[in-house]
Design a binder for this molecule. Structure first.
Ligand code: ATP
Ligand code: MG
Length: 559
């Protein structure tokens, strides 16, 4: 195993190979990457992958990473999103070199456009969007030039200045690059560089009424910042010739674009547009609903930054589209939480147990390990008394063979406490079991057990008079199919109606009264939990981060 691991560590992904080669042959002295989110929504786990990749690459090779907001579309962008994005990147554990905004380059981008017009590489087109699309041809048919393509440089300069000055309405004119209307690559058929949009921008206000298109802004922004390796997702491959064309014809810093496959995860959707619909149509409580694939959703659910970084590392960098099983992400968080979560006992569906041979009114303080995985574990106090709660499902009146929990005449160990034996039970008029009568073995105390009795089952429990109340929220997958976006019809038709189960009152050991937001817990036999932000003075609320085992895999096998 460790041999295999070492092998893995030695082999480089294709981006690392490129960077090593570029550094070795002196193409760059150091590398500079960037993470370029559009502030039109909250980041999702796919963005986390891109963040880990861009920041990770720079860290590994002693370079730096910029955070650049790709804010060229005034209509959909907002400072709320800018703030959340900064929060998320920091939470993941990364610090950027410079915080930059594509909108800061609007003046320079305008000047670049003027330069291209002067060189005869751009023209103002009065055609409508439909006309432009029609004249562009199809992949098998070349496009045709219209009368605007041959406008003089002078006329173009004047018209472009007038566009900027607000002389025209939205859609009346565009600025296009003059490249090749017969190119097999549709992106090269005189792509639009600027469109008119009389809209307020979250940073530049009303200063501009023309805005650069992605293709005219992105590469130039990279170049302005001297980005060496501009990493993006595969759908931008056909944009690369255009990226290079602008840089070449402007003779500016030669940034280069490289593409990797975007992360797709089972049982969720991963586009800001779709996530926004879930929020706006109230299928979830907000962008940070713990069922969302957003970074803030995972954070609220109790995921650790480390688990997400490990996940990003494990899935690696591929050049082919694929769908990653969400159980891999769950595996990463379980591994991390197992190492750090404090163990606590919480009974969800209580059945009262009376220890008939335990002194009435007495409370004994037992010690429980906070974390058996930690050789230097701390301990918490666990009160024990005559009246306890166990889980209703941990008792059977008539037990089958190999049932190692409680049944009449059977013994179990109460975790961190004593061995008890069930002597009798009480039923109400409807036949429901209301109470168990048990005896405890005083010499069987955990840590100093001299009873010599071996029992197979260990149960979690709480002392009834000491128990505190809490609410737990049990989350499941938000969608009931692996890839909701590829199913027929609307992706929202595939929402899992049982993605949230709320248990309003559970009975928790008193140590949980002091829970803090950053704490992580394993509720024994129940799963990993963390405090939710809805917690108030009156009520503790816990989110289930993940179950202890992959219960979904079992469900699928059962059919
Ligand atoms: P969405 O469609 O979800 O809005 P986007 O690509 O439009 O995604 P941007 O804010 O433009 O979102 O992306 C910022 C960076 O994150 C880009 O470099 C983009 O390639 C990358 N990215 C976005 N989604 C993923 C994903 N699923 N996997 C990996 N990287 C991604
Ligand atoms: Mg986008």
């Amino acid at each position: 195993m460790s041999e295999i691991k070492k092998e893995e560590e030695k082999s480089l992904n294709f981006l690392e190979e490129i960077v090593e080669e570029d550094l070795k042959n002196g193409r760059y002295k150091s590398i500079l990457t960037r993470f370029p989110p559009e502030p039109n929504g909250y980041l999702h786990i796919g963005h986390a992958k891109s963040i880990c990749l861009n920041f990770g690459l720079a860290q590994k090779y002693g370079g730096k990473t910029n955070l650049r907001f790709d804010d060229t579309n005034p209509v959909t962008e907002d400072t709320e999103y800018v703030d959340s994005i900064k929060d998320d990147v920091r939470w993941l554990g990364f610090e950027w070199a410079d915080e930059l905004y594509a909108s800061d380059y609007f003046e320079q981008l305008y000047n670049f456009a003027v330069e291209l017009i002067k060189k005869g590489f751009a023209y103002v087109d009065d055609s409508s969007a439909e006309e432009i699309a029609k004249q562009k041809g199809t992949p098998t048919e070349p496009g045709v030039a219209n009368q605007y393509r041959s406008r003089s440089g002078e006329e173009n300069l004047q018209l472009f200045a007038d566009m900027r000055a607000g002389k025209y309405k939205d859609g009346e004119k565009v600025l296009r690059a003059k490249i090749d209307l017969a190119s097999p690559n549709m992106h090269m058929r005189d792509p639009i560089m600027y469109r008119i949009k009389h809209a307020h921008h979250h940073r530049t206000g009303d200063k501009w009424c023309i805005y650069p298109m992605y293709d005219f802004a992105h590469g130039q922004s990279d170049s302005i910042e001297n980005i060496t390796h501009s990493v993006c997702t595969l759908e931008f491959i056909p944009h690369r010739p255009l990226y290079d064309w602008f840089i070449e014809n402007l003779a500016i810093f030669p940034s280069h674009q490289y593409e990797f496959s975007r992360l797709n995860l089972t049982y969720t959707v991963m586009s800001k547009r779709k996530l926004k619909q879930l929020v706006e149509e109230k299928h979830v409580t907000g962008w940070d609903d713990p069922r969302m694939s957003t970074i803030s959703g995972f954070r609220r659910r109790g995921y650790t930054p480390q688990s997400i970084r490990t996940f990003a590392e494990k899935i690696g960098v591929a050049k082919r589209e694929n769908l990653i099983d969400v159980s891999l992400l769950e595996f990463c968080i379980r591994e991390d939480l197992n190492k750090m979560a404090h163990r606590r006992m919480v009974v969800f569906d209580p059945l009262k147990v009376i220890i008939t041979n335990y002194e009435e009114g007495k409370t004994e303080i037992l010690k429980g390990e906070d974390n058996p995985e930690d050789p230097n574990t701390t301990y918490r106090d666990i009160p024990f008394s005559r009246e306890l709660y166990i889980e209703r499902e941990d008792f059977m009146e008539v037990a089958p063979k190999k049932y190692f929990r409680l049944a009449p005449g059977q013994m179990v160990r109460l975790k961190s406490a004593y061995i008890i034996k069930c002597d009798d039970f009480v039923k109400d008029a409807d036949g429901n079991i209301t109470e168990l009568h048990c005896t405890y073995i005083p010499e069987s105390k955990s840590g100093s057990d001299t009873s010599g009795i071996n029992v197979k089952g260990t149960l979690h429990w709480v002392s009834a008079p000491d128990a505190i109340h809490a609410e737990v929220r049990l989350y499941d997958r938000l969608f009931r199919v692996e890839d909701p976006s590829s199913e027929e019809g609307d992706f929202k038709d595939y929402i899992n109606p049982n993605s949230l189960e709320v248990v309003e009152t559970v009975y928790a050991e008193p140590a949980l009264a002091h829970s803090k937001f950053e704490d992580r817990y394993q509720f024994l036999r129940k799963g990993y939990f963390c405090l939710d932000k809805d917690t108030s003075e009156e009520k503790l609320i816990f989110n289930r981060t993940v179950t202890l085992k992959d219960t979904w895999a079992k469900e699928v096998k059962k059919g």
